[in-house]
Design a protein around this ligand. Sequence first.
Ligand SMILES: [Zn+2]
Length: 309
Amino acid sequence: MSYYLHPSVSITEITDYKTQISHVGHEITVEEQNKNIQEFICQINKSTFPACLNDHENSDTMLQIFNFFLDHNFITTESINDIDALSSDLKILNNLSFPDFESKSPKLFSKVDCSAVNIFGNGELFDRVKVELEKLEIQVHINPKEDQMGKRIIVCCSDQPNIKLFNEINVMGLEKEVPILFANLDGKKSCVGPFVMPGESSCFTCYTHRLAPNLGFVEEALALQKNKGNIITSKTPQVLYALETSFHVISQIVKFNNQSFHLCLINEVLELDLLDYELDIRPVVRIPHCKSCYSKENLKPVNAVRALI
Ligand SMILES: [Zn+2]
């Protein structure tokens, strides 16, 4: 079996007798082992590792360090060649966290083609998300026709609330049974989510339905949702806000692809204030008879006992 030093591991010689080893899950200081740890790291690259540890003059210590590195996921049995640091950090988190209901795979995960996404919309946020996905070597299909969509995640972006477009994409994604992620800018604020898993989570219609009555200004919310009476739109430059919001969109795709479903905005929306960095994650409870996502198999709302938006 081959072993590899995890790419997220960082090792620092703090003093002559203290070494700190860390990654996203642990920060551990080891005393009086600086030389042994350095020698151990040299051994990892050998083709005969870990058998070669038995031939070392300090073999007992070397084997103890080996077990210590294994226990803490500092070394892995599979080579990790992710191009982005987020993916390799998520792999550690997934190893460390205990599986619970929220981290179970959505049933449709095995059918999704994670190498590509379909992206719908236009504008600054749309452009930025497209560029960043391409940097991660995820193929981007722009506003594809329905018969060319395949089984890819749908990402829907807009520089302002665009309920009409989002509703259309919501219905399309539900029909195709692919995950749909929504993101829009709204002046100095932005909203990412919900990340819809057809048949298993609340959808965008559930979100808008829950949103209006829970706002203090229902008439205003409904007018915005329907793009009604819009005379002048904000001239706030969107580039910077798009840059900041795109990170959260990309991070959702990477988390889904890494099966970190407990970190995905499923049944949730993330609201960001891009000027004062206020951040809020709100639950999106499913509507039992939602006109978009209702089905007989899916009669009961998941996570029904949660605070409403
Ligand atoms: Zn719904």
